[in-house]
Design a protein around this ligand. Structure first.
Ligand code: PLP
Length: 432
């Protein structure tokens, strides 16, 4: 049996945790162990006052003047620069704007324009079958519109799929379902060797694991603001384009905010230089303000070791959870689907179960341990079914070892009492 420490030992580890003070940056409800920051980050304690000031002072008193006086107009770039520091982008290379799906549309469209110009015979887009569906739907739509082929493969088939016919490789760095993490540098290198451009979706990476876009020589990236960046529900997303590509083509949503001189009100479109052209129209300033506060919570770790320290703690927490599942839930039908090797693991742990996964998550939530459920995919003849999973995100900014201990303990109790079989836990809600 794998050793799982006592609660006292977990508390001792929390006492020694150099990042411990960061938890005070968040307003978490009492009695809740929050393991869903990979879906919606927790509320930063500074957000309500900052938003109140944005509403009452900037909007209420400043009115239209605040576009200049409160710096509303360049907020997408300023927040983008902060996010850029977390993902290995240079200054002026990231904008916080629109949503992840929309940004994905822009960068895939631009990448396909570049590929059509540089390598017109390369007419496939390759992605992973288990990629987040919005990525696949956007790619499917663009491939249909442009007469290209979308090829979906399993992760272990990726090296074989990267032949001379691939225009774009579109991958999510950390898999939303399993928490498996790709080797960004190695895959980007393999794709580039075939003249293939690479787009990385960093939804489950930004603020969660160290990312080095420039170091990996990636081409494009997008990511979410509402997960590990703690930007609030529906927060703006971000987009990065390597400077070697940024000015080559228009992005397809050529709105006025991406114009070189929006307030010249010219009838013709002239794209701004660099990443600024990846904006489209007027941005949600209140949401960007909340995102700014959220990103600051991650940057607050800089003084304590930054992303490297966050990563060390994240791995300690996911290791602990895995050990707890092994030690206390053996015989209950769970399979850990998140990879064991650290280099292949994001900041979440997913466990599969053939029966009752949804109800077990609901029973855990009733005990104050919040994770989530992701439905499996039925077998399709050639391929076996993908199982239902229970998904647990570990945000090292606000979670400690004792939280992990309590989560494992609650799961053990849900299973040993059989309380998850209560009919009320089987009622499927719209958002799972
Ligand atoms: C990998 C990935 N991409 C994109 C999204 C969501 O995109 P959007 O913010 O446009 O809904 C998610 C949401 O969970 C995701 O996991």
């Amino acid at each position: 049996m794998t050793a799982f420490p006592t609660l006292a030992e977990c508390r001792r580890r929390d006492d020694l945790d150099p990042l411990r003070a960061l938890r005070a940056l968040f307003d978490l409800p009492a009695g809740v162990t929050y393991l869903d920051g990979n879906s919606l980050g927790a509320l930063p304690r500074a957000a309500p006052a900052r938003l109140a000031a944005a509403v009452t002072a900037e909007w209420g008193q400043g009115l239209i003047r605040s576009w200049n006086s409160a710096g509303w107009f360049d907020l997408p770039q300023r927040v983008g620069d902060k996010i850029g520091r977390l993902v290995g982008a240079g200054a002026g290379e990231v904008v916080a704007v629109d949503g992840t799906s929309i940004n994905l549309y822009k960068v895939l469209h631009a990448a396909l324009d570049i590929a059509a110009a540089d390598a017109p015979a390369q007419r496939r887009v390759v992605s992973e079958r288990s990629n987040f569906p919005t990525d696949l739907y956007i790619a499917e739509g663009l491939c249909r519109a442009r007469g290209l082929t979308l090829q979906l493969v399993d992760a272990d088939e990726l090296p074989g799929a990267l032949d001379d016919g691939v225009a774009v490789l579109l991958l999510t760095h950390v898999n939303y379902r399993t928490g498996a993490m790709h080797d960004m540098a190695a895959l980007t290198r393999a794709a580039h060797a075939r003249g293939t451009l690479v787009i990385w979706d960093l939804a489950h990476s930004a603020g969660a694991v160290p990312v080095d876009l420039r170091g990996a020589d990636a081409d494009f990236a997008v990511g979410c603001g509402y997960k590990y960046l703690n930007g609030g529900p529906g927060a703006p997303a971000f987009v990065w384009v390597h400077p070697r590509h940024a000015d080559r083509f228009w992005q397809p949503l050529s709105g006025w905010w991406g114009h070189a001189a929006p307030f010249a009100f010219m009838p013709d479109y002239r794209p701004a230089a660099g990443i600024a052209r990846y904006q489209c129209g007027t941005q949600p300033i209140l949401s960007l303000t909340a995102l700014d506060v959220g990103v600051d919570t991650v940057l607050a770790a800089d003084a304590l070791g930054g992303m490297a320290a966050l990563r060390r703690k994240s791995l300690a927490l996911t290791d602990l959870f895995i050990a707890g599942v092994r030690a206390r839930l053996a015989g209950h039908g769970f399979e850990i689907v998140t990879p064991e090797p650290h280099a292949q693991r994001g900041s979440q742990v997913s466990i599969a179960r053939a029966e009752g996964a949804y109800a077990i998550v609901q029973a855990l939530i009733a005990r104050g341990v919040i994770g989530d459920f992701r439905a499996g995919v039925p077998a399709d003849g050639a391929r076996p079914a993908v199982p239902d999973i229970l998904r647990f995100g570990f945000t090292p900014l606000y979670l400690g070892h004792a939280d992990v201990w309590h989560a494992v303990d609650a799961l053990a109790q849900v299973m040993t009492t059989g309380e998850w079989r209560d009919a009320r836990f089987a009622q499927r809600q719209e958002v799972t």
